[in-house]
Design a protein around this ligand. Sequence first.
Ligand code: PGA
Length: 224
Amino acid sequence: MKYILGNWKSNKSAEEVKDWFIKFGKYIAGHKFDTVKTEAVIFPPFIHLQLCVGLLQKMKLPLKLGAQNVSAFHEGAYTGEVTAKMLRSVTKYVIIGHSERRKYFHEEDQILPEKVKRTLESGIIPVYCIQDEKTYIPQGVKFVAYEPVFAIGSGTPDSPQNADSVGRVVKSKIPDSIFIYGGSVTPVNITGFLVSPNIDGVLPGKASLDPLVFGEMISNASSI
Ligand code: PGA
């Protein structure tokens, strides 16, 4: 299985989400989307998740949903937080430890394992972001996303060879892990990553915002 995980970050109004689905639906109807070989997931902002559930059902699209963040706490007096219990009927995955969360929201190695625990308790799959092979990975994590900071949003991806060598290290530490590469992934470079022996998927940010570009990445992945 190859994973295409589209991180929308803090983008899109409700109207823009609807527009994305209409254009994606039209594109993918005429292109290859092999759901046996390819799992495609979008990670919209929290507020759009229910809207996406409705649109996916209405349009019968085989996309899965993920959240970009989760509370480290159980439910209770934690103003502004969204818990794993709230997410579990809606999302299959949650991104934890993205470098933007570490940089702008000061999320560190103390709080991140708590987020992983809450996520696993709720039956959601944590996609745990590491910045290099030395980043601490909490117990129970199976999906590891290698996202070198220099490659994020820069247009300069890491090489498939280097990403693959990080994947080899991660898989030697966690033998049954799923290793994902993220950072300036595009329809042009996606195949190079996905054919690498230790890379199981990609995590495009900017390239997932355009429904046709995201669709092209899925169809390229389905053609490998
Ligand atoms: P990018 O972002 O594809 O825009 O570089 C990747 C990410 O941060 O997940």
